[in-house]
Write a protein that binds this ligand. Sequence first.
Ligand code: CTP
Length: 399
Amino acid sequence: MLKGKHIVLGICGGIAAYKSVTLLRLLTKAGAEVQVVMTPAGKEFITPVTLSSLSQRPVVSEFFTANTGEWHSHVDLGLWADLMVIAPATASTMAKMAHGVADNMLVTTYLSAREPVMIAPAMDLDMYRHPTTQRNLRQLAADGVMIVEAETGALASGLQGKGRMAEPEEIFAIIERYFARCESLAGKKAVVTAGPTYEKLDPVRFIGNFSSGKMGFAIAGELADRGAEVTLVAGPVSLTVDHPRIRRVDVESAEEMCDATTQAFAGSDIAVFSAAVADYRPAERKDQKIKREGVATQTIELVRNPDIAARCGDMKRRGQVTVGFALETDDGHDAAHKKLHNKNLDFVVLNSLKDKGAGFRTDTNRVTIVSEDGEQAFPLKSKREVAADIVDAIEKAMK
Ligand code: CTP
């Protein structure tokens, strides 16, 4: 699984740095090519000589080699690596990562990383539970950084508590699982709808909604990260996407979204309908701006839009897995079950606007995945983590 994989191993200044030697050994023994990048403080805890002999590559820690002036390119490392693992990650480095303080080679490499990043925090218990550290951890998770939680036990300070870096064998197992997941949907095709639709009233006005598209983009990213070829049909959103396996189709109205989605659905193995599609559109779209002069009240006649999920449900072949969303203002379990049947879905992802941190325009979501077999409720998580839970459920259904 790890043979030939390129891994940047970041090492910060903490006593747990000695465990990084074991991690490095495990990675290289498994056939990975590892480039060690250290912070200046990291070198106080473990010598670059040990690490460079084990990795068979000179350790990078300064921007320049002092005697030759040779420049170490953090950009090249970002292009080379399949994964960056920072173990141990100290409070200071996490704070710099969360705020983009690129004052050393390791943080600069992080900021240039195109590959996914995993961190294994290690510090004293009070530093770990400090609101600042917890805030930075939440920010990094929201930025898509994978976090290997610190463990509880004896700390270098002599105190007992949470802050010990996970054991190198545990981090290694997580890295192996990560790479196994990367290819779990190779050869599969998926279509994802995301964002709102805009239904034009006249050249300057529309009917729309507050959907940001973040959930759908996170799902498209997760599917693509696991090897699927994804068509992302996006309504008007201000998000960008940069993934070689994501083909983005920008649309505006529900009818346009329906055309693009049904077309892609025919050849897809997976469909996720996360867009907040306007159920209705104006019966008439005025060519000229609607004027208010002499008009005390306005009535706009609306007509039904196509139900994209239901249309795909009618076209559905055996083996295709489809997922819809239900955003409800009450608990919504009955509505979720109804959607499951009416739209011929395998799952409905239920989220309630009653939950703080769930729904539109947030970076987090709290969902329940509803299927014929039952319900699975998840705690509040970043949308990227929610996307991983949804894609896990899809993969299970495909087996
Ligand atoms: N959906 C869709 N096309 C539509 C409306 C909804 O594809 N025209 C999809 C959404 O992307 C979502 C699911 O169907 O996955 C549920 O959307 P929702 O608007 O809640 O469903 P409705 O059947 O319109 O239910 P209600 O009006 O009760 O909210």
